[in-house]
Design a protein around this ligand. Sequence first.
Ligand SMILES: [Zn+2]
Length: 241
Amino acid sequence: MVIDIHCHAGTAEKLQAPWTTRADLSRYLERAEEAGIDKTVVFAITSEDYERANAEVAEIVSRHRDRLIGFARVHAERDKGKIERLLRLAVEDYGFRGIKIHGAEALPTREVCEAAEGLGLPILIDIMGRVEILPLLATEFPEVNFIVAHLGSFSDDWRVFQVMPSMLAQYPNLYADTSGIRFFDYLLEAVQVAGAKKILFGSDGPLLHPGLEMQKIRLLKLSPEDEGLILGGNAQRLLGI
Ligand SMILES: [Zn+2]
């Protein structure tokens, strides 16, 4: 089963960038089908109100039950004091299976990690290059699986890519997704150093093309077993599906 671990869906309030306006899945769903993607993890774009945005994602997921899996997005600071309630709602009412945190808003707090641990949810996190927090998260919450989006930097920060492979190898509960990584040899190095079991295919759709992102995985020229882990096996294990 091929699983895209990173895609956005729904609308937002600010209207100052595509990711604060709308993530429309109609083209994505066609492209993902053409690329052979069976299931896609979706979560909100950058919103002013994640209770509303998560509910909207739940509604979108309910229209594509066979293809979409929801993650709950929360703002670690603005939603302080209600993280557990928001996540419990997402798990129990919406059937969501993970958490998305974006470092441009706030990095994960103890409250977020404790809720993740209690509910058994992985955290997909965009650290915005803040690679130094990963050992703190990984050792403080060894039972929580952290999936580091874009190998740690959407903005091609090679300094981050330089240290990510050894960090992934060192901490059993640290993973990375492949979405938006342009410097191909750092992706290859991450697989070689940390092993295919620590890397998950993600597209960062709908802005990025899932078929194009998937070609990067094919071009790694791995064994069928290792390619299978990256394209879906790891996600199946982490999401319990
Ligand atoms: Zn994203």
